[in-house]
Design a protein around this ligand. Sequence first.
Ligand SMILES: NC(=O)c1ccc[n+]([C@@H]2O[C@H](COP(=O)([O-])OP(=O)(O)OC[C@H]3O[C@@H](n4cnc5c(N)ncnc54)[C@H](O)[C@@H]3O)[C@@H](O)[C@H]2O)c1
Length: 273
Amino acid sequence: MQPVIIGTAGAGYAARLHGNGYRNVSGIPFRLKTVCDLNTELAEKVRKDFGYESITDDYDSMLADPEINVIDIVTPPFLHIPMAVKALRAGKHVICEKPLTGYFGRYGDDFGIESVTADVGTTTKSLNDYEHRHISARPEDVEDYAAVTVTFADGTKCLTIASDTVLGGTKNYIEVYANDTALTCNITPTDILNTYFLDEDGLEDVYISEMLPSKLGWNKAFVSDEIIRGYANELKDFLEAAAYDREAVSGFDVAYETTTICFQHARLIFLNN
Ligand SMILES: NC(=O)c1ccc[n+]([C@@H]2O[C@H](COP(=O)([O-])OP(=O)(O)OC[C@H]3O[C@@H](n4cnc5c(N)ncnc54)[C@H](O)[C@@H]3O)[C@@H](O)[C@H]2O)c1
């Protein structure tokens, strides 16, 4: 078994999801060595909260550390590919928080999709300044809503609804209706614990759910978020893969397939428009 020594790029929200995930990994000895962020205050906070040994604001210097053999990338998506390629070239294992990248196949690639109809939009554009007060981001041209029907070559239909602006906790589900089967999968169950608070006294450090503007009234609390959302198992698998030099369950093939399907949808929507 090889030692697993981790350097994390990015110290924002997802770095904390990973930090909590690492806390729940057992059976594989590992060290959280360096956390790297351009914002050293954030890096220092993550170092303190999750027990990293050092911080840096220089990704290249983290890569140059010969002791570090796993790079965990939790920076914004446009940096994922350049950072992953650099880390791989430096001989490191790479964990990359989704999305890996945009579509990287070739024009005309066939993924068995016959057609796509879609309605996409930027619903937050209709908000006035007051209504916009809880949303800090002001993206220029990024959709925050989509309803997409994909028809596969065999006539199977898939309806995908996605929105960035759903409050009250993450909601991810898949329902499959086939000729002899119905499957419903609640990927992020947010109804394990319901809370009701009249004020927020003593709750300053209590995490209830992401994107929750207030903890008052009824709320659905995330319980063992890092386990239910899969981070602990995912990270354990990655660390085992690095320690025993085997392919990760969520490895490159899954990343490639997921990315190509997603961006095939996007390409067809673009062509249909
Ligand atoms: N927020 C979520 O709930 C969530 C959940 C799952 C996955 N993700 C994914 O995780 C990734 C990060 O998202 P986030 O919410 O943590 O974003 P974030 O903005 O909170 O954190 C990203 C951090 O990366 C740092 N950074 C930017 N450029 C850098 C560079 N060159 N070197 C070092 N650090 C740099 C930023 O300073 C920032 O602190 C995204 O790909 C996102 O899709 C986010």
